[in-house]
Design a protein around this ligand. Sequence first.
Ligand code: ATP
Ligand code: MG
Length: 527
Amino acid sequence: MLMRSGPSLRNSADSDGGGSFGNRTMTKLLEMSGIAKRFGGVFALHGTDFSLSAGEVVGLIGENGAGKSTMMKILGGVHQADAGTITLAGKQVSITSVADATALGIGFVHQELSVFENLDIAGNVFLGREPRTAFGLMDRARMRRESAPILKRVGLELDPSTPLVRLSLAQRQLVEIAKVLSLNARIIIMDEPTSSLTLSESERLLAIIADLAQQGHAVVYISHRLKELMACCSRATVLRDGRNVGDLVGAELTHHNLVRLMVGRDLPPAPARATIVANRGGLSLRGVRTSAWPEHAIDLDIKRGEILGLAGLVGAGRSELARAVFAIDRALAGTLTLDGKPLRINAPPDAIRAGIALVPEDRKLAGLVLDMSVRENATLATLPHHVRGGLISRQSERAATTKAINDLGIRTASGELSASSLSGGNQQKIVLAKWLATKPQVMILDEPTRGVDVGAKQEIYTIMRALAANGTAVLMISSDMEEVIGQSDRVAVMHEGALAGILSGTDINEEAVMRLAVGQVAEGLAT
Ligand SMILES: Nc1ncnc2c1ncn2[C@@H]1O[C@H](COP(=O)(O)OP(=O)(O)OP(=O)(O)O)[C@@H](O)[C@H]1O
Ligand SMILES: [Mg+2]
């Protein structure tokens, strides 16, 4: 608990200390110093420092596994440091639980969402501090009433009584942000808050962050989207292997500097676009209708040799389309052909047999079994390949896992560690490894680089490009505009369940994608 009892710092007037809320920006609001943390044999942090002033938005960046989330989880009371001190507004504090952190005015939007599916939106926003009626019952009406303006602020204009199960990943992320905003915390930690958000939602969030800083809140912003980071932060602290490697301030915050500090070297240039897409067949969708948008029939060709980007706003129906192709959800109508031959796909195993792979959007739910080891996850889709004499050969599995770890640069001390112990970006790479092992004819990737660091992103792009060059048809669903523009040979854009248009060649640019995504009809586009 706190070293000092009494009112929480969030509400206190701070009569005896410096750094009161909103003024005296000279005193650091937060100083974390010499923070060390070990998980078993893994040293996540080696005496790491971090500081924050009121009114400041500070980026915390580094490669996957650098220790960003761990550092902030220590501040948020999720983990306890092995060594080091935390000083808030000049007073040393001990934070041993999430409740301590909350009482100290620390709000945390986690990288892995922590909202509850069986509650409605308002219930999630007020979780753990539900207002009560005079009879001691939960005051649902008040929760709904009070959550409405916060939801509006984050751009989630849904009825607060909507159950969470009905919300997309991005909408859940917005609920999580609303929950933290409603706490009115003094320090707000955002661990990859925009990873599920598309351009317009992210822009809104960046505006909210600027607002919060203006009001004197201090914000820690963790993101692998460097462009956004540069747009909202005045300073960035860079971690590498659990150590501080530098602080960049103001004009020093350039893409080049950030990458150099994070990675420790310059990155190789990105793989080039395939300029000519040979007509070598591929996957064709005709008249496909999903239950999410039954009124629209989709015709789409994903050609062998190309990376077809699929863009759109949150909720435009892109993931639903992928899930229908893979028969996770039943398509209501339509046909699929591969190289002109009709496919009969009633369930995911049929899709896998037909040579289709899907790297799903939500790795925690659909892509990865967190309790299983890296090896078990990486070989899950290709178990028959590892059968020797009727039994699964550990040795064969291990060899394949070691290769995947090397090929994709997965950071783990061993293939036998549980997937849950890896950092977010490394978990994403395991899911990718699992599907690459199937040597797919058609690879559908739903947000393949969500939460992945710059270096690993580049590696994933190179892998996607190599797949395409070897004749795989690649469909890349992405909310990251830089990625859509930079990596796609053609870009299909969806709007409210319909295909709004397809861009290719020099027509691929941010403005054109956005126009289609928001439903403005463009002229002269090939479909
Ligand atoms: N609960 C845990 N158990 C074991 N090891 C852990 C645990 N949490 C983190 N680690 C390890 O600590 C190191 C730092 O992880 P952390 O999650 O802080 O990285 P990160 O910088 O947030 O990465 P990312 O960008 O991928 O989110 C990694 O090597 C990770 O595998
Ligand atoms: Mg992290």
